[in-house]
Design a protein around this ligand. Structure first.
Ligand SMILES: *Cc1c(COP(=O)(O)O)cnc(C)c1O
Length: 567
């Protein structure tokens, strides 16, 4: 197998969630990147990661006495990281900005190189202070460091690379540096430099809604030196004006992917109009088993021992109850049904949906027949998201022991919460979730997904076999309901008619569903499978795809449709 996995890959990502001690992530994108580097380590693949050392993380969420979430920004202590001693410089708005390069490889992950422009308070410390906050100007500066600085870091470290994998559009400027190198060092003309860059770039898109794809004013990019010595016309040719980071990555690569089958199709439709752009396929996300699956659960499942599986599950629930007790004054009852929900509090994820008709489930919550545990941060500027958190906190205070909100969602909370519940709830608006990964972590631990049909779920749990899908009961609901109402009615219906009766009255059936869920997740949704897919369907396939695409271009050209210059 090893022989087929020789391509050396540099993976670029704005965020990484590898370990509790290294908080450089906002959510799923970062955790995915962390799992990718850990699976690469397990499989001993020639991959390195490039990222940014965020001194103040994304935000530390504190719930005020008024029940509203506040953002705080402590400066973290990263003295445990190795300073490589190597430095690179990037130009930002006419100034030279020096970047230190730190290395993180102590978490059983392939080396992650982190660029840093200095601690907050130092001259250029404003660039690598907070992830995803600040103005457009700040964001562009950060992306110059990640992209242009990232390529220079690889050169400075002497790391040889066959392919550059841009995980999400933030890394687009790395492509501009690859082009500049070829023009300045090898005297290539722009078109040829672009063409050769496309031969070594792989792109993964994660954003199924047009507004979520970052775009910047081209004039501002040029003022800030993000153009990296390319002209206005050349930049426009790559990313348009405004310069769309996703479009740019698609035009600087031949092969790109969405992160679930459904999202791959959505991405194809979204970007189908783009000229001279990458072919889009799908590679479904996966999660790192050793990080997210409890050993006791894996063993009980492997032994095919139902009693052992149930007691491992109950143990995980007790562990969660103890964790909750250590952080709040709520006391969960591990014998009763617990439903978990933890995600970024982005409005489309509808964290508070289950409370939209709180009276309808008041009896369940009052008696503790159903217990709910929530966690999730809102983006610092997202007031709707913060209102959602405030609603959850209000419910926490109303239903003392039976509804819990854990503040400041992070890897540690996830590792207690996800395996420690019976049911994992997921109800985003459609089609908004590119993949979602927490449900995979849940399924791997025998926690049953109760979910809308979107992202990974469309190829994951089977209704009534390894989870429950809201969409499967729509036929029995009134047709005129809108999406929110339909999902809410379906959610209550499945809760009352399936989840609760099976949990309390048919334990054997519940355990059968747990096993079906573990089997499905282990076989289909591990990060190991994901990495093999990246090699077999992308890294190793690239030259084949390029050849096929060029043939297509030649045919188009005969029909006089060609707009691209080919060698
Ligand atoms: C898995 C995970 C996520 C991503 O969850 P989604 O289901 O994709 O929203 C976010 N944050 C943490 C801490 C996680 O462990």
């Amino acid at each position: 197998m090893k022989n087929n996995y020789k391509k050396r890959v540099a993976y670029f990502c704005m965020e990484y969630g590898i370990d509790q001690r290294l908080p450089l992530y906002a959510g799923g994108l970062g955790i995915l990147a962390g799992d990718y580097l850990k699976a690469a380590y397990d499989l001993d693949l020639p991959i390195v990661g490039i990222g940014i050392l965020w001194w103040q993380d994304y935000t530390k969420q504190l719930i005020g006495p008024d029940g509203y979430p506040y953002d705080t920004y402590p400066v973290h202590d990263y003295s445990f990281l190795e300073d490589t001693g190597k430095r690179v410089t990037v130009q930002i708005s006419g100034e030279d900005v020096l970047c230190r390069i730190f290395k993180a490889d102590q978490f059983n992950n392939k080396e992650l190189y982190l660029l840093d422009t200095g601690k907050p308070g130092t001259k250029h410390g404003w660039i690598t202070d907070k992830l995803y906050s600040g103005s457009n100007y700040d964001r562009i500066a950060q992306e110059i460091v990640l992209g242009i600085g990232g390529i220079r870091a690889l050169r400075e470290l002497g790391i040889e690379v066959d392919l550059y994998h841009f995980n999400e559009g933030h890394a687009a400027f790395a492509g501009l540096e690859l082009i500049r190198e070829k023009m300045e060092l090898e005297n290539k003309i722009f078109e040829q430099a672009l063409e050769e860059t496309r031969e070594e770039v792989i792109f993964t898109t994660h954003t199924p809604v047009p507004a979520g794809n970052e775009a910047h004013d081209l004039q501002l990019l040029i003022e800030m030196d993000a153009n990296n010595s390319l002209t206005y016309e050349q930049l426009k040719r790559i990313g348009g004006d405004p310069f769309n980071m996703t479009a740019a990555c698609l035009r600087m690569s031949y092969l790109a992917n969405g992160v679930s089958r459904l999202h791959g199709e959505t991405a194809k439709k979204m970007w189908g109009h783009l000229d001279n752009a990458a072919k889009i396929i799908s590679i479904t996300n996966g999660v790192h088993r050793k990080s997210w699956q409890r050993k006791e659960i894996a063993e009980a499942y492997a032994n095919n021992n139902d009693k052992e599986l149930w007691s491992a599950h109950l143990e995980a629930k007790k562990r969660l109850a103890d964790f909750v007790a250590s952080r709040t004054d709520a006391r969960l009852n591990p014998e009763n049904l617990i439903i978990g929900f933890a995600r970024r509090a982005a409005p489309y994820k509808r964290s508070e949906l289950i409370f939209r008709d709180a009276e309808a489930i008041d009896d369940l919550l009052r008696t503790g027949k159903v217990q709910l545990v929530f966690s999730g941060k809102a983006h610092p500027n997202d007031h709707y998201g913060k209102d959602i958190v405030a609603t959850l906190v209000k419910m926490d205070r109303k239903y003392r022991n039976n509804v819990v909100f854990l503040e400041n969602y992070d890897i540690e909370i996830a590792s207690y919460l996800i395996p420690g519940v019976d049911v994992w709830l997921n109800n985003p608006r459609r089609p908004m979730e590119a993949s979602g990964t927490s449900g995979m972590k849940a399924a791997m631990n025998g926690v049953l997904n109760l979910s809308v049909l979107d992202g990974w779920v469309a190829e994951g749990p089977t209704h009534n076999v390894s989870g429950w899908i809201l969409d499967m009961v729509f036929a029995s609901l009134e047709e005129k309901l809108n999406e929110d109402e339909k999902d809410l009615q379906a959610l209550y219906k499945i809760l009352r008619e399936e989840v609760i009766p099976i949990y309390y009255d048919d334990r054997d059936r519940w355990i059968r569903m747990m096993k079906a869920s573990i089997k499905m997740a282990q076989e289909q949704f591990s990060a190991g499978r994901m990495l093999r897919d990246y090699y077999e369907k992308m890294y190793n396939k690239l030259s084949e795809v390029i050849e096929a695409e060029r043939k297509k271009i030649i045919v188009d050209r005969k029909e006089d449709k060609v707009t691209v210059l080919i060698r």
